[in-house]
Design a protein around this ligand. Structure first.
Ligand code: IFM
Length: 457
């Protein structure tokens, strides 16, 4: 078998986490309440009735967790800052203990040779800002800039990779239209206003980050749903195009200077907002389109769109995988989607640099009698997606790194603790960490800087 080509020099292998999913310490050392504290403490919102009060207790165990990352040979680590540790009420009074926590973490990572990538917003808005209107209110965008300024003034000498937001689609639509995420709203108008204020806050924060962290790379992370039509019929194509607009283009087009997509604006105006995007003010679109150093790409799955209402549709040609071949989240495994997505993003928008900032899979992993966690399906999943990334590189996509979701099992939002995405198994009773077999495989891939067969553990 021909060995696979090496990944490019300097290619960054990493893992990713988010504050609310791993830290715990939800009310310690001056931290304020976030919307996820409030949401998870509300009965019926989380499938297993759990919350992030303790999670992986990373707030106390971070030195050992950094050691685990070093053992994996990680070159980079993407984590988020809990806004409420820094500004407990969202604005104003700074909590030095919160800054110190992240400062120590950054120093430990750097000492271990691991490059920190900071996500400023991974969904845990201060409850005080929610009470004042939340993301549907423009003032929240201004508060975010204040927060970004405080954090980057403190850490910007050492942190050189900044991600303003994680997955604005989730903040906007899962949080405000679908109601599955905090703050649990069911209002399309609020969702659309949120999307604008999140993007605006991103654009307004970029100059502050560049000012406070000279020489840094600044970007944003989007989640992509690879939307495919079930047949070449105009019905299925139209539906898939709409879905692509809803999930993907609504964010990429304004970020890369093309404004909100006209087809989507027309569709939303017709159905939900007869008076249009009233919250957009002069200058906003230019701010949102501030040039980026990179785009972070979160990719997990594809969705196939079939227009069931079309009576004279063509026969379906593209079928999703059956349920038994899906992940525990119910997501289809489709590595080809990553290849196509990376190509599309680079060649359509001429993006200077891309990172896969999340990709991974949840299975109901368990510890065997020998104390080991065998997860061959995760190794296969990662192998096939790394291979797709490698093909994208060969096609000319400037992919600079790859972050596996996630470093360790953690709180999967409204789905609680049953979904285990980690390379490291977490026993939540004892907080014992057990690197899974996939962690051993990834360690070898990183050391070889080359894609190894799934059997190489
Ligand atoms: O756990 C989440 C993460 O917080 C954001 N991206 C998707 C992951 C898996 O659902």
């Amino acid at each position: 078998m021909t060995p696979s080509p090496p990944f490019p020099p300097g290619f960054l292998w990493g893992t990713a986490t988010a504050a609310y999913q791993i830290e715990g310490g939800w009310n310690e050392d001056g931290k304020g309440e976030s919307i996820w504290d409030r949401f998870s403490h509300t009965s019926g919102k989380i499938i297993d009735g759990s919350n992030g009060n303790v999670a992986c207790d990373h707030y106390h165990r971070w030195p050992a967790d950094v050691q685990l990352m070093a053992d994996l040979g990680l070159k980079a680590y993407r984590f988020s800052i809990a806004w409420t540790r820094i500004l407990p009420s969202g604005r104003g009074q700074v909590n030095q203990a919160g800054l110190d926590f992240y400062s120590r973490l950054v120093d430990a990572l750097l000492a271990a040779g691991i490059t920190p990538f900071i996500t400023l917003y991974h969904w845990d808005l201060p409850q005080a800002l929610q009470d004042a209107g939340g993301w549907p209110a423009r003032a929240t965008a201004e508060a975010f800039v204040e927060y970004a300024d405080v954090v980057s003034r403190s850490l910007g000498d050492r942190v050189k990779h900044w991600i303003t937001h994680n997955e604005p689609w989730c903040t906007s639509f899962l949080g405000h239209q679908v109601g599955e995420h905090a703050p649990g709203r069911y209002d399309m108008r609020q969702a659309l206003a949120t999307s604008h204020h999140v993007l605006l806050s991103h654009g307004l924060a970029v100059p502050a980050l560049r000012r406070n962290s000279p020489g840094s790379e600044v970007g944003i992370t989007l989640n992509f749903t690879y939307a495919q039509a079930a047949s070449p019929s105009v019905y299925d194509q139209t539906l898939a195009r709409w879905a692509d607009g809803y999930f993907n283009r609504w964010f990429t087009e304004p970020l890369f200077g093309r404004g909100y997509p006209a087809d989507m604006t027309a569709s939303y105006t017709q159905t939900f907002i007869p008076d249009g995007l009233t919250w957009v003010q002069p200058g906003d679109m230019a701010a949102i389109a501030t040039p980026l150093d990179f785009l972070g790409v979160n990719y997990y799955t594809r969705e196939i769109f079939r227009d069931q209402s079309a009576k004279d549709n063509l026969p379906q040609e593209v079928f999703p995988a059956p349920d038994e071949e899906r992940t525990l989240m119910g997501w289809e495994i489709y590595p080809e989607g990553l290849y196509r997505l990376l190509n599309r993003l680079h060649f359509e928008y001429q993006i200077p640099k891309l990172y896969v900032t999340e990709n991974g899979v949840s299975w109901p992993d368990a510890v065997d009698a020998a104390g080991q966690v065998h997860d061959p399906r995760r190794i296969r999943y990662l192998h096939d997606h790394f291979a797709a990334a490698q093909r994208a590189l060969a096609a000319g996509v400037p992919l600079a790194g790859y972050f596996v979701w996630s470093l360790m099992d953690n709180f999967e939002w409204a789905k609680g603790y049953k979904q285990r995405f980690g390379l490291i198994y977490v026993d939540y009773e004892t907080q014992t960490r057990i690197p899974k077999h996939s962690a051993a495989w990834l360690r070898r891939v990183i050391a070889a800087h080359q894609l190894l067969p799934p059997a190489a553990t």
